[in-house]
Design a protein around this ligand. Sequence first.
Ligand SMILES: Nc1ncnc2c1ncn2[C@@H]1O[C@H](COP(=O)(O)OP(=O)(O)OP(=O)(O)O)[C@@H](O)[C@H]1O
Ligand SMILES: [Mg+2]
Length: 240
Amino acid sequence: MEIVKAAGLKKYYITDTYEVHALDGVTLSVEDGEFLAIVGTSGSGKTTLLNLLGGLDMPTEGGVWIRGNSLKDMEDEERTVFRRRNIGFVFQQYNLVPVLSVYENIVLPLRLDGAEIDLELLEGVTLLLGIWEKLERLPQTLSGGQQQRVAIARALLTKPAILLADEPTGNLDSATSLEVVGLLKSCAEKFHQTVIVVTHQEEVAQMADRIIRMEDGRICSRTDGGGDVKKSGTTFGQEG
Ligand SMILES: Nc1ncnc2c1ncn2[C@@H]1O[C@H](COP(=O)(O)OP(=O)(O)OP(=O)(O)O)[C@@H](O)[C@H]1O
Ligand SMILES: [Mg+2]
């Protein structure tokens, strides 16, 4: 079943001095439970796409549908609530609150939302991520990889149907990256989540069910899990 749909998605930045086509006609369908990787050179539009898919930003043209709900047709407030209930973000910078313990960091979004903390899920996720024994620590007493896992746990705890991660292993070495993405994948499988990961690490991308490659604001090719690149020409993933 399709959970995320983007059609004819464009994001243009136009001022007196420049015109940037950050996203230039992306059409994409993501299946429920899929683990999708987005790769591409710097400036190809990956973050722009992720932000639009997550409703953090609005497109110039085209639209995004989450389980058939059109993000741009929602009121701002409605979209904020919808996003909080359906979508989790893992940003490249961990964005942990330094004065709060790991535990407090992980449950912060739930507290802000007045939502119940699922202690069983918290235990399951933190055990899987290997930070169960670090819950009382402050973030700065953890390694970068451990802090990254706290950020991932925080996103997973809100049980988002869709997890959007922008370079979640961007600051980690190759071995730790694979470890973190492996854990992310097993969490997603266990808790039935759809994951979209932006990465510049080919070995991370290879762990996904499907890889989308971007160039100049467009999807230029895709690779299935097995690794066979299917060049798309002008028909796949693009409109206009
Ligand atoms: N607010 C903005 N105003 C003008 N141009 C922007 C803005 N945000 C992004 N861009 C431009 O849009 C293009 C795509 O940016 P984007 O951040 O999506 O790239 P990216 O693929 O995530 O790159 P990276 O791998 O470096 O993170 C770039 O050329 C960027 O300069
Ligand atoms: Mg980016």
